[in-house]
Design a protein around this ligand. Structure first.
Ligand code: CA
Length: 240
């Protein structure tokens, strides 16, 4: 699974390093450019999924840089960071082609949340999270299609995809039937928890080498399920 790439253009080394560490801890791939000129080159060459762009920069300010890339047809989402938080500055940032604006100093959680939102909106995160691979099974969570280990092409239903998405996002954890019902059927819907079991049986038929002895979709008796996205290598190491 590849991760989304974030470019930070920021001349304050200490701030850049904090942002980089935190984004990396969230699983992003991060590039840093310390001034406007280096920022322009890295932006052009590395095709980031998101640019975190300081406004006051040596060689070329953030607004100019953003305007230039927009003129070149570049639609990469831009989050401006600026020490000036006035409404006029925000407007200037948005006019320069920015998608969001955060005034310094800011709280890291807010920064990370805005980064995620921008990436989510642009589809970069969805693209990254769209493919689920376990063993020789590949699931496309956007088109609801899958290729099973034996080469069968499958069309999945909404509930099957919902359960897969939830279990995969919590891989290795026990997820209760109630949590699955809430997340996939919605709060206030009351199908019996047997319904969840029936869907898991279907997922096993689709994807398990031996549905009677699951290696991916484990039952945790009395509670729910745990998904183990074994790689091919791990699967073979277990002789399955
Ligand atoms: Ca600066």
């Amino acid at each position: 699974m590849t991760s989304a790439k974030v470019l930070i253009v920021e001349d304050e080394a200490a701030l850049a390093s904090v942002l980089k560490d935190n984004l990396e801890a969230e699983g992003f791939e991060v590039r840093h450019a310390p001034d406007g000129r280096a920022g322009a080159a890295t932006w052009r060459d590395e095709c980031p999924d998101l640019v975190v762009l300081d406004v006051m920069l040596p060689h070329k300010d953030g607004y100019t840089l953003c305007r230039e890339r927009r003129k070149a047809g570049d639609a990469t989402p831009v989050l401006f960071l600026s020490a000036k938080g006035s409404p006029e500055e925000r407007v200037a940032g948005l006019e320069a082609g920015g998608d969001d604006y955060l005034a310094k100093p800011f709280h890291l959680p807010e920064f990370l949340l805005r980064v995620r939102k921008l990436l989510d909106r642009s589809g970069a995160l969805r693209a990254v999270n769209a493919r689920l691979v376990f063993g020789e099974n590949t699931v496309d969570l956007l088109s609801w299609t899958a290729r099973a280990a034996d080469g069968r092409e499958l069309l999945l239903g909404e509930r099957e995809v919902g359960i897969l998405r939830l279990l995969a996002s919590r891989a290795g954890e026990v997820v209760s039937r109630d949590e699955i019902l809430d997340a996939v059927w919605g709060k206030g819907a009351f199908p019996s928890s047997r319904t969840v079991d029936n869907f898991v049986v279907r997922l096993r038929r689709h994807f398990e080498p031996d549905p009677a002895q699951p290696i991916y979709f484990h039952t945790v008796w009395g509670v729910g399920y745990r998904f183990t996205p074994l790689t091919n290598h791990q699967r073979r190491a277990r002789g399955r």
